[in-house]
Design a protein around this ligand. Structure first.
Ligand code: GDP
Ligand code: MG
Length: 691
């Protein structure tokens, strides 16, 4: 059991200058000592003429410490203003009969407003305060106690009735236009009840009086049909004279206390429908706002006020929740952190944040609470998204690496087949990871991340496809290169009259052979297995062809250097000159024979030179590549005419293998060597004849 709280001195909520006490919030926090009060509190106000024993009653009933006339020994007047007391103790009869203390602990916090006015009827200035105090009490409290002497009942005079008229008027102005279900309790406490007149007849008299006041009110248009009972529940009770009948007085106070603590909604005074439905942490702000508006004579629109308070408070709570969320936000992103591990971490952080928010904010106006919740959700989502961005960047890098490995794997599959499988694997892996976060509602969408990843995948595939087509071109080029060296060089070294027909036929054979894996069966159409359009396939084919021709050009021109041609001519010449048709070495009989064989052999060698000098078919057509040729740097067209640095014009053609000056130099060298061979032959004849 908690210790009963010591009654605390009341504070002045609104002072005589009509100012709201700035320390109220701090005081409230002290009152509730950090407990989460939520809706578990009530606000009760008391009205009545000055020195009618209001404070005395509150202190007896609620164990509060409001100043009373007695306590203020010397002071003549009670201090004007609205005083606020707090209690969790109420005087009740049940506790006493059970042998306990004469007060009982209530679980809910009661806030009591003691309105200290003066006799308002007398001074205009005070009427203003009275009116404002009434507006305030109606706006913020659930029960309004009207305290009056028995002898005032039925007199229809004095400031009591003027006060009630004020209360009714302000109430109509506040709620008349849009009457909702909200009601408050008007509790009449008749003091110094002698007992001669029973409470029931006092009650009747008062009810008649109240209805009279109500009917005489100037009601705003549209509110004429509304009855007093539409706004107020009425309760009447009477208390004996405190000094003359102290025991009776205390008994009366205790049965009042019973009604304030009763959980029975028919006899209890604290009916839930009187509550303003603001949690305590919002009530203080609400009360202050209400007072500001009343004091500056602005429209006191309570529903709007409640919304404003709700907006302010939910935002404050959301900010606090988000701050905690950020402080707790430690996410460990290791290379092997799985999507579901990360999602669990984030989910628990997010859950914590919303638990913080919901615990306090859900008590406010639902629409405001939900709107603010949405905002909070966006903020947490943005924070989470920065982590996810990092996570997906890592994941993307990892999956793209795997994608590349799968595409470049060396196996029997075509590029297209490998790519399709690898692409599906990569997209599935990424999408299923993304889904882990969306299904857990950590983010609403990861569409952007997914489409960025898809773009990266396409980029990897297209880069690999480019590499692959370059490989195909290079591989075919190498094959052709090898083929030319092995087969075409042989043809060049032993030139036949149809040399270039043979070269061309061989070249086409090599070219076709280099692409035989990609043949479609349709002439000149190739499928390189790269999932390309027909025109792209044709481009690759043309590149291979261009490469092939370039290789042919370079190899042939290199091979047929001046020295090599001289060697080829000499070989041709010597074969004919030294060997007979049966490949047996000739034995010379005389110089005449040497001269005649020499002429024939030299003639044949000359013919070879003509064959080699210009690449043309037996039909006399020069060989011309059917595609543009590029050199290694890919920027020079090999089939073109050009001027050299000295301004000399050159015709550069595939077919033009030896220029006239080259031919002349070749002939000169060849002749010298051939002549040497002849002289040696002749010497050998002389030796044999002289022996
Ligand atoms: P308040 O101005 O309405 O708050 O009145 P107080 O509670 O300060 O009391 C004013 C005077 O009335 C004090 O001198 C009290 O002793 C006296 N008083 C308190 N209760 C009663 C009561 O039940 N009957 C009468 N006749 N006097 C009371
Ligand atoms: Mg008082």
């Amino acid at each position: 059991m908690e210790e009963p709280e010591q009654a605390e001195q009341a504070i002045q909520l609104i002072n005589e200058n009509k100012e709201f006490n700035a320390e109220t919030l701090a005081r409230f926090n002290k009152y509730v000592g950090g407990r989460d009060v939520g809706f578990g509190y009530h606000v009760i106000s008391v009205f009545g003429s000055q020195s009618s024993g209001k404070s005395t009653l509150l202190n007896a009933l609620f164990r509060t410490k409001f100043d009373t006339m007695n306590a203020q020994v010397k002071r003549q007047q009670t201090t004007k203003g609205i005083w606020l007391g707090h209690t969790r103790n109420v005087a009740v009869s049940v506790a006493k009969s059970a042998g306990n203390d004469d007060s009982t602990r209530v679980n809910e916090d009661l806030f009591v407003l003691d309105v200290e006015g003066s006799d308002g009827a007398e001074r205009g200035e005070d009427q203003d305060f009275e009116r404002k105090a009434a507006l305030f009490a109606i706006a913020v409290s659930e029960v309004l106690i009207v305290n009056m002497w028995e002898q005032q009942v039925g007199l229809y005079q004095g400031n009591n009735m003027a006060l009630l008229k004020t209360v009714f008027e302000v109430n109509l102005s506040l709620f008349g236009q849009n009457k909702d279900n909200h009601k408050m309790l008007l509790l009449f406490v008749i003091r110094d009840h002698v007992g001669v007149t029973p409470l029931t007849s006092l009650k009747e008299t008062l009810e008649t009086e109240l209805n009279d006041i109500w009917s005489q009110l100037a009601k705003p248009a549209g509110t004429e049909h509304l009855k007093l009972q539409d706004f107020f529940d009425l309760e009447f009770t009477a208390l004996a004279h405190k000094l003359l009948q102290p025991e009776e007085f205390i008994k009366g106070v205790e049965s009042l206390g019973d009604a304030f603590t009763s959980k029975d909604s028919t006899t209890g005074y604290l009916n839930p429908q009187y509550h303003h439905n603001l949690p305590l942490d919002g009530w203080i702000m609400y009360a202050e706002n209400c007072w500001d508006l009343i004091e500056t004579n602005k429209d006191l629109d309570l529903p709007t006020q409640q919304i404003l308070v709700a907006k302010f408070k939910t935002e404050e709570i959301a900010n606090q929740a988000f701050q905690n969320f950020e402080e707790n936000y430690h996410v460990d992103l290791k290379k092997d952190t799985t999507a579901s591990e990360l999602a669990e971490q984030l989910k628990s952080l997010k859950r914590g944040c919303f638990e913080d928010y919901d615990a306090f904010a859900s008590r406010y106006v639902r629409s405001v609470y939900q709107e603010q919740r949405k905002q909070l959700s966006i903020k947490t989502e943005n924070k989470i998204k920065t982590t996810l961005a990092e996570y997906f960047a890592n994941l993307s890098e990892q999956v793209l690496e795997e994608l590349t490995l799968k595409i470049t794997a060396k196996n029997k599959q075509t590029f297209a087949d490998k790519t399709n499988v690898a692409k599906k694997f990569a997209l599935d892996k990424f999408r299923s990871s993304a889904q882990v976060f969306t299904t857990r509602e950590l983010v609403t969408s990861l569409g952007e991340e997914i489409s960025n990843f898809e773009i990266s995948v396409e980029k990897v595939i297209s880069d690999e496809r480019d590499k692959e087509s370059n490989h195909i071109i290079a591989r075919a080029g190498k094959k052709i290169h090898l083929g030319i060296k092995e087969e075409i060089f042989f043809l060049l070294a032993h030139p036949q009259p149809d040399l270039w027909d043979q070269v061309l036929a061989k070249f086409n054979e090599l070219w076709k052979d280099s692409l035989k894996n990609f043949e479609t069966g349709i002439d000149q159409k190739y499928d390189f297995g790269l999932e390309l359009s027909e025109s792209k396939d044709a481009e690759i084919r043309d590149s291979v062809r261009s490469k092939a021709w370039t290789v042919l050009y370079e190899l042939v021109h290199d091979y047929l250097s001046e020295d090599n041609v001289v060697t080829i001519l000499r070989e041709k010449f010597e074969n004919l000159f030294r060997f007979d048709e049966n490949d047996s070495p000739r034995l010379w009989k005389n110089e005449e024979e040497i001269d005649s064989i020499f002429r024939v052999a030299r003639e044949k060698a000359y013919q070879v030179l003509d064959i080699l000098a210009i690449a043309s078919t037996t039909d006399g057509v020069e060989l011309v590549p059917d595609v543009p040729l590029r050199d290694g740097d890919g920027n020079m067209d090999l089939e073109q005419d050009f001027e050299d640095d000295e301004g000399v014009y050159h015709s550069k053609r595939f077919a033009h293998i030896l220029s006239n000056s080259q031919k002349a130099r070749i002939l000169q060298k060849f002749k010298r060597q051939a002549n040497t061979t002849v002289i040696e032959a002749k010497r050998s004849t002389i030796k044999t004849t002289t022996r």
